[in-house]
Design a protein around this ligand. Structure first.
Ligand code: TXA
Ligand code: MG
Length: 324
């Protein structure tokens, strides 16, 4: 089913009630969270949820995250909240942590992609929280970009792939974290990180007082686990500084995202990235969107430090790259 083009309304924090009314009416609305912009639908309206899959071009077996506003509402989605999950919720919610639980029977399989588990988080953003509270049902919200494309951290990034396909966007400025939430599977005996994010393995282990798992590869069906994802329009290659220096000079028009000092060379547009991880994360998707709007042929990214703190950045860049 293909959706006809509609006029996408641009709203702001002053129009929360209008956004809520659209959601109540079964429309999809993009809104800011602290990680990336999400494409929201009423989590208890199956027809509305279906619109998310249509407007993103997202395969229907790809499960969605339920976003709620208070801890006491987790019980609407799962009956199995372990003591460990409660500890993590108290510590990190609202915030960039998504927890996977065994789902309640009543949870639509459209949300879970047919899985017996459901993903839940409380986002840490005043606009998202107010909308969820006023709607009352929870929202499901994947990142607000066409399937497999670079995630949006600003309203204009959302419009690049979804303008004319969604009822509205609430412009709340730039997302403070810039990378999708950490996903941790709490339905297993030992918690497993399925997608790295701003809440690191070490931070979680410190709160739980136990070692958790963080496999590089796991069940294909889940969690940004596709080999290619987050891809900019231009081919992206990850290279060490030495490798980049050997490549230059070149006749190709290239964009280089670097954090070391590099000798400047012709035909190259340089994008100096922060050396501090949280600042790098904030800048990552915005820089990829900026480069995509120029006419360079390729994006070269200087290989970030291979440190656990940087695992979310490495994860996203590897999936965004054209050559492994
Ligand atoms: O930061 C975020 O998490 C953002 C903002 C908008 O909240 N949302 C987001 O959603 O990144 P999305 O749909 O782009 O990514 C959600 C990931 C998917 O890779 C999906 O496979 C995984 O969550 N997921 C959802 N439910 C799951 C489940 N029951 N088991 C395993 N993975 C699940
Ligand atoms: Mg996504």
């Amino acid at each position: 089913m293909k959706e006809a083009m509609i006029k996408t309304k641009i709203l702001t924090a002053l129009h929360i009630d209008e956004a809520v009314a659209l959601l109540k009416n079964g429309e999809v609305v993009a809104l800011p969270t602290e990680t990336v912009y999400g494409l929201a639908a009423d989590a208890k309206n199956v027809e509305a949820i279906n619109k998310i899959f249509i407007s993103k071009g997202r395969p229907s077996e790809h499960p969605l995250i339920v976003h709620i506003d208070t801890l006491d509402r987790v019980g609407e989605w799962t009956e199995n909240i372990s003591e460990d999950a409660k500890k993590l919720a108290k510590h990190f919610w609202p915030g960039p942590l998504t927890m996977i639980f065994t789902k309640k029977n009543s949870v639509s399989s459209l949300i879970t992609g047919g899985l017996s588990t459901v993903a839940v988080r409380i986002p840490n953003h005043p606009i998202a929280l107010e909308i969820i509270k006023k709607l009352g049902n929870g929202i499901v919200a994947p990142s607000a970009n066409a399937h497999k494309k670079t995630s949006p951290t600003q309203a204009e990034h959302v419009l690049k792939t979804l303008d004319g396909k969604i009822a509205a966007i609430v412009d709340g400025g730039t997302c403070s974290i810039g990378i999708e939430s950490t996903i941790i599977d709490m339905s297993k005996e030992v918690p497993v990180i399925l997608r790295p994010g701003a809440i690191t393995q070490e931070m979680i282990e410190k709160v739980l007082g136990i070692a958790i798992e963080s496999p590089l590869k796991h069940n294909e069906k889940v969690s940004g686990n596709m080999e290619f994802h987050y891809q900019p329009e231009k081919p992206l290659y990850i290279m060490t500084r030495d490798h980049i220096e050997k490549l230059l000079p070149t006749e190709d028009a290239l964009a280089i995202m670097h954090y070391s000092n590099l000798h400047q060379s012709k035909n190259i547009t340089y994008y100096a990235m922060p050396t501090e991880k949280t600042l790098y994360a904030q800048a990552l998707y915005a820089t990829l969107h900026t480069i995509d709007s120029t006419d360079v042929k390729k994006i070269i990214v200087e290989k970030p430090p291979f440190l656990s703190e940087w695992s979310d950045i490495n994860d996203r860049l590897i999936k965004a790259s054209s050559k492994k």
